[in-house]
Design a protein around this ligand. Structure first.
Ligand code: ADP
Length: 399
């Protein structure tokens, strides 16, 4: 079975085609600058050089047509007829409370995505535009929505209700939703499998550490807590996002620092986090280099980040009554031995003991980086959100 995975952003469309028997990628690419001048397609057929082509993509419909043409192309295409694509899996940011898992797309599911426009204003409209375009250009091909939020819908109310008047939850759906769910789900399946264990028998802390970062507490295969909230701003200090704050700080900085109220969200989302603390960069490679060169604020930003991750790990171990696996994933989690070392230092009380040699030697591959006597295993598991979307889509259309 061949599955096309589509991830529509407001001005881009990323795609991959999977062959599900061997779970291999046949082709992948990106249509950039949708709705702007100078759109381009970057397409790679597995085993071939990258193809880059200038194109005109006024909207997501044009972008889907450009992808279809590339997939059918006699030189670098991967199918001879669109009928060879058995299903399309769409990444959708927000599914609110109604999307408790991935869903075959129907009019009702599109309505759920539409209802969540206010919760995901930058992503959900683009996600829906991509779905509508695929429906039009590939009529009869089943489409599946895979939500970033749905893996977290198993959280109990004590984890998702804020300390606010309950009517705000009832009237406006203000609650913790959580994000990166597709990545955390992949880790929740892959990490126990790597150890030859079953997801249903382990307590796992999944640490997705990238530009955006979040942790999830996964007890016996089900998410019981996660660090992002109503929006991806809550939780850990991130590349450019503040993470957890005293809410009073918002009115305080409007008054004292004269940051216009309408700009506060941007300030907290784009100018804060390790970028704001260090004044150097949001990129952890730059921060590690600057800290090595003696930049004290870059070191402070790294220390704060590691401390926050450690604190969440401790709280999730408490929430689950222990942890069997701590798994690191995403750009930073997969590739930075230094950050993993700083996070794990002091977690020995949980039975988590890092093997320094294994940690240093591990970048971007599945590995156990804990010592043989570590009762809580510390793993590196590269995430693969596109494959997870393809797997969910495969499962749903095979029912
Ligand atoms: P996102 O998908 O959220 O944009 P990624 O998961 O790609 O982010 O992670 C990007 C982050 O990972 C960047 O801050 C980058 O600096 C960091 N990163 C990638 N490789 C390394 C590395 N070798 N050492 C330290 N940090 C790294």
């Amino acid at each position: 079975m061949k599955i096309l995975v589509v991830n529509c952003g407001s001005s881009s469309l990323k795609y991959q085609v999977f062959e599900m028997t061997a779970k291999t990628v046949l082709a992948k690419g990106l249509v950039d600058r949708i709705g702007l001048t100078g759109s381009s397609l970057t397409h790679t057929r597995e085993g071939r050089d990258k193809t880059e082509i200038a194109c005109e993509a006024q909207n997501h419909g044009d972008a889907v047509q450009i992808v279809i043409d590339a997939l059918l192309h006699p030189d670098y295409g991967v199918v001879t007829s669109l009928r060879e694509i058995d299903a399309v899996g769409h990444r959708v940011l927000h599914g609110g409370q109604k999307a408790i898992g991935s869903m075959l797309i129907t009019a009702e599911v599109k309505e759920i995505i539409h209802e969540c426009f206010a919760l995901g204003p930058l992503h959900n409209p683009a996600n829906l535009a991509g779905i509508n375009a695929c429906e039009k250009l590939m009529p009869g091909t089943p489409q599946v929505a895979v939500f970033d939020t749905s893996f977290h819908q198993t959280m109990p109310p004590e984890a998702y209700i804020y300390g606010l008047p309950y009517e705000l939850y009832e009237k406006y759906g203000i609650r913790r939703y959580g994000f990166h769910g597709t990545s955390h789900k992949f880790i929740a399946l892959q990490a126990p499998a790597f150890l030859g264990r079953k997801a249903a028998e382990v307590k796992l802390i999944s640490c997705h550490l990238g530009n955006g970062s979040s942790l999830a507490a996964v007890r016996y295969g089900k998410c019981v807590d996660t660090s992002m909230g109503l929006t991806p701003l809550e939780g850990l200090v991130m590349g450019t996002r503040s993470g957890d704050l005293d809410p009073t700080i918002v009115s305080y900085i409007v008054e004292k620092a004269k940051i216009p109220e309408r700009k506060v969200n941007d300030y907290l989302n784009k100018e804060s986090g390790v970028l704001g603390i260090s004044g150097v960069s949001s990129d952890f490679r730059d921060l590690e280099k600057a800290a090595n060169d003696g930049n004290a604020r870059a070191q402070l930003a790294l220390d704060i980040f590691a401390y926050h991750v450690k604190k969440y790990i401790g709280s999730y171990a408490a929430a689950m009554g222990g942890a069997d696996i701590i798994a690191f994933t995403a750009g930073l989690g997969e590739n930075s031995p230094r950050m993993r070392r700083d996070v794990c230092r002091g977690l020995e009380f949980l039975g988590a003991r890092l093997d320094d040699g294994r940690n240093e030697a591990t970048r971007g591959k599945d590995a156990d980086i804990s010592t043989a006597d570590s009762t809580c295993k510390i793993l590196v598991i590269p995430t693969n959100e596109e494959l997870m979307i393809a797997m969910d889509t495969h499962e749903i259309v095979s029912r």
